[in-house]
Design a protein around this ligand. Structure first.
Ligand SMILES: [Zn+2]
Length: 117
């Protein structure tokens, strides 16, 4: 399915393709627990993701071993997606940014990142 998403202010807009999204993922690592975001259960393949606008608005936050690019919009502060430095362009999506989804109504999987990262 084709999905579209954006940050809060609309500077960052994107489309991507995933099979029907019926589940979400939450993680309890030190950054995810602060963001409290519900993420896509799967990564989007690079050729299935299209950044429509906002390349200049995106800022990257890294911490720890710096293997994850935690992108956020420098205007509204919202995290729309992230990828990893070892798999660049393969994004996990913040489902709260996706049009037409109710992330809190999805089946949620808890990932114990606090003890695995
Ligand atoms: Zn924004």
């Amino acid at each position: 399915m084709e999905y579209s998403g954006r940050c809060h202010c609309g500077a960052v807009t994107f489309t991507f393709q995933l099979p029907n999204i019926d589940a979400g993922l939450q993680c309890n690592c030190s950054i995810c627990i602060r963001k409290n975001a519900i993420m896509s259960a799967h990564y989007v393949e690079p050729d299935q993701f299209n950044l429509l606008s906002g390349k200049d608005a995106l800022t990257n936050y890294q911490w720890g071993d710096k293997d994850v690019n935690h992108y956020f919009c420098k205007h509204c502060g919202i995290y729309p997606f992230h990828d990893t430095t070892y798999d660049p362009g393969k994004y996990r999506i913040n489902l709260g940014c996706v049009e037409g989804l109710s992330p809190r109504s999805l089946k949620l999987t808890q990932f114990d990142g606090r003890n695995q990262l």
